[in-house]
Write a protein that binds this ligand. Structure first.
Ligand SMILES: [Zn+2]
Ligand SMILES: [Zn+2]
Length: 240
């Protein structure tokens, strides 16, 4: 780094520590790049005790670490983890990220889930975002899940084209659990040219929000059928 670059780096470091920033939610000044203490009060971060399989928060620790639903019908994913419960706090961050071009939120949301990502990042894992349908991608011009996955992954493990969306499913909003499952069944595919790279590799699927888990499950089934190793899922927030 040049002398000027080194000076810029240290001045940046000093001003980051000394000067206040604006809270991303309320706009008030705070001494951190992110969310102020008062807005943070509304956050519901997910931590132990939780179901080791689906990541659902549990009222108390269970001996086998599995929730009732995973006991009866475990998801095709080896593990699912979420940074937060989907509530007013996480919605206020995720909606502008999803629909409002607010890509400057990528590192903020990324840092919220880095701990979970590092814990599930087995050697050789491919990091694959849930794809948007091409029509939706053209309208929005970016895939927020891919931006998050790109931020989390190392360059050589980020695999944004591994999973493709075959057709445009109806929105999942307002559908029952069974309808959601049927709505996304068979919508994903893995192009043949990528199957050798995928073969036997563990996968981390990345998405912004998980509602019923039907989309993650459909994507995981498709990857497993195409020969992947175990598939895990990481989302910023999950609906309880
Ligand atoms: Zn605030
Ligand atoms: Zn569970």
């Amino acid at each position: 780094m040049s002398l000027a670059g080194t000076m810029r780096y240290f001045i940046g470091l000093a001003t980051d520590q000394l000067l206040p920033h604006q809270c991303l939610l309320c706009g008030r000044f705070c001494f951190d790049r992110g969310v102020c203490a008062s807005c943070w009060d509304g956050a519901w971060p997910i931590s132990a005790p939780l179901c080791h399989r689906c990541g659902r928060p549990l009222a108390h620790a269970l001996p086998d670490h599995l929730c009732g639903q995973c006991w009866l019908a475990p998801p095709p994913l080896a593990a699912i983890r979420a940074g937060f419960v989907y509530n007013d706090f996480s919605r206020a961050l995720i909606l502008p990220f999803k629909h409002g071009d607010a890509l400057h939120l990528t590192p903020v949301l990324g840092r919220f889930v880095t701990r979970h990502f590092n814990a599930m990042n087995d050697p050789g894992s491919l990091v694959i975002p849930i794809p948007l349908h091409r029509r939706r991608y053209l309208l929005r011009r970016y895939n927020q899940s891919a931006e998050l996955a790109r931020w989390l992954a190392a360059t050589d493990t980020f695999a944004p084209n591994m999973l493709q969306r075959r057709h445009h499913n109806k929105s999942q909003a307002g559908l029952s659990r069974l309808r959601r499952k049927n709505n996304v069944a068979g919508i994903f595919s893995v192009p043949h040219k990528y199957r050798d790279i995928l073969s036997g590799r563990p996968v981390i699927l990345v998405d912004d929000v998980m509602a019923s888990g039907a989309t993650l499950a459909a994507a995981a089934r498709c990857l497993l059928a195409a020969g992947s190793g175990p598939v895990k899922g990481l989302v910023v927030a999950r609906v309880l």
